[in-house]
Design a protein around this ligand. Structure first.
Ligand code: ZN
Length: 347
């Protein structure tokens, strides 16, 4: 009965694959956790180099394992994207493809750029290239208007966007704050060929992207009390749609500017006094700050608060309040007239 003893001693192939996948995932998690504890000036591409050689060998072993399971490969592939490891992700995906085309397409495709990693589910590489073109234009508009320095709740980490093909959009694009080591935007689309906005069903995907990036930069108050009455992301959203739509950016098919612009808000709220009491009051306050001290000053104030890092954080997500925004603006705005406007506007 020697064969029985062996069968008991040797792990089932499935268990071997799962064990390798979880060792790999754990190694990635440890690097991220150490970084989150003390981010310093380290940027994400350097983080991948902190993985021990033995961890990388674990991944290679899993890929080479004749009995690797789809579940273990999906887990390992997703862990690759928790660090900036797109090449490793592609190796895992190629292995998974041989096992199950369906699972491979569910794992998706990935694209990494300086400030973000895109994961496309049900979408091909050309779609991600086009999405990156749009996101680059949006980030360039954010740079020009606000110049925010940090795009992830954990300094140094890249922003993630998970773009997934759906039959219909039941929940519009949204900021997903729950991931432990990075900020992520969840972005459903219905057309795998073209990134068009508004969609045939009237969803403003382009504005939605600009709006959600506002949430990535700043949440207000705390979980129970939205101090900005949800006006901040609307303000940055329309300001960015308007700014990005000017000039010769590659925004074919993105026509949101017809419906969403700072100018439209300015007109609609021209009789509304700036305040922090309600949504229109806060919107009017942001527009007044935009017009009187400028979006760069708002960006500089947020950057200052980030550098001081005394703000409230919930699950590492940055939360701000109007009192500290005012304090920061009074430090960063140099022009006395601008400072007087800040003192008068935020009360
Ligand atoms: Zn929102």
């Amino acid at each position: 009965m020697r064969w029985l003893a062996l069968a008991v001693l040797l792990p089932a192939p499935q268990d071997a694959a799962e064990a390798l996948a979880s060792q790999w995932t754990e190694a990635v998690r440890r690097v991220n956790e150490e970084h989150a504890g003390k981010p310093g000036k380290t940027r994400e591409p350097e983080l991948a180099r902190r993985l021990p050689k033995s961890a990388v060998a674990t991944l290679d072993k899993l890929i080479a394992l004749p009995d690797a399971t789809a579940a273990s490969l999906v887990e390992a592939g997703e862990a690759c994207l928790d660090l900036d490891l797109v090449r490793e992700f592609e190796k895992v995906r190629a292995r998974l493809e041989k096992l199950s085309g369906e699972q491979a397409s569910r794992l998706g495709t990935a694209l990494s750029r300086d400030r973000y990693i895109l994961r496309g589910i049900g979408l091909d590489r050309a779609y991600l290239d086009r999405f990156a073109e749009v996101l680059d234009a949006v980030l360039a508009a954010y740079d020009e208007l606000f110049a925010f320095e940090e795009w992830s709740k954990v300094p140094g980490k890249k922003l993630r966007v998970r773009i997934h093909l759906e039959e219909e959009i039941t929940r519009p694009p949204h900021f997903a704050p729950q991931f432990p080591f990075h900020s992520e935007i969840d972005f459903p689309v219905i057309d795998p060929k073209e990134l068009k906005s508004p969609t045939s069903k009237g969803h403003f995907l382009f504005y939605g992207l600009c709006h959600e990036l506002g949430h990535v930069i700043a949440m207000w108050g705390d979980r129970g009390r939205e101090e900005d009455h949800h006006a901040w992301a609307h303000y940055t959203g329309v300001a960015i749609v308007e700014h990005a739509s000017k000039g010769a950016r590659k925004l074919d098919g993105l026509a949101d500017i017809k419906w969403k612009s700072l100018e439209k808000e300015r007109q609609a709220l021209k009789d509304k006094a700036p305040s922090v009491a309600d949504r229109d009051g806060v919107m009017s306050l942001f527009i007044a700050l935009h017009d009187r001290v400028g979006p760069k000053a708002i960006g500089a104030a947020i950057n200052l608060l980030d550098r001081e890092d005394r703000r409230k954080r919930i699950n590492k997500v940055r939360y701000y309040g109007f009192a500290e925004l005012k304090e920061a603006l009074l430090k960063t705005v140099k022009d006395p007239k601008g400072r007087a406007a800040v003192a008068q506007l935020i009360r």
